[in-house]
Design a binder for this molecule. Structure first.
Ligand SMILES: [Zn+2]
Length: 61
């Protein structure tokens, strides 16, 4: 299994070293995550400023 990484800018979780959403570097040092299924209805997505569906880290170092 590949290492999951999280974007330092938008918290998107990916296996890539650069974020496919915003192009910023990703980090292996992250904790916790939320899965956004429908960002238009998600309070968490609204609070975190997320406007796509996917998996997002709660804390990225
Ligand atoms: Zn990003």
């Amino acid at each position: 299994m590949k290492v999951q990484r999280a974007c330092k800018h938008c918290n998107y979780i990916t296996e890539e070293e650069t974020c496919p959403l915003c192009g910023n570097p990703t980090s292996e040092e992250w904790q916790g995550y939320v899965i956004i299924i429908d960002h238009t209805k998600s309070e968490i997505a609204k609070r975190m400023g997320i406007n796509v569906n996917g998996k997002f880290a709660l804390r990225v170092r």
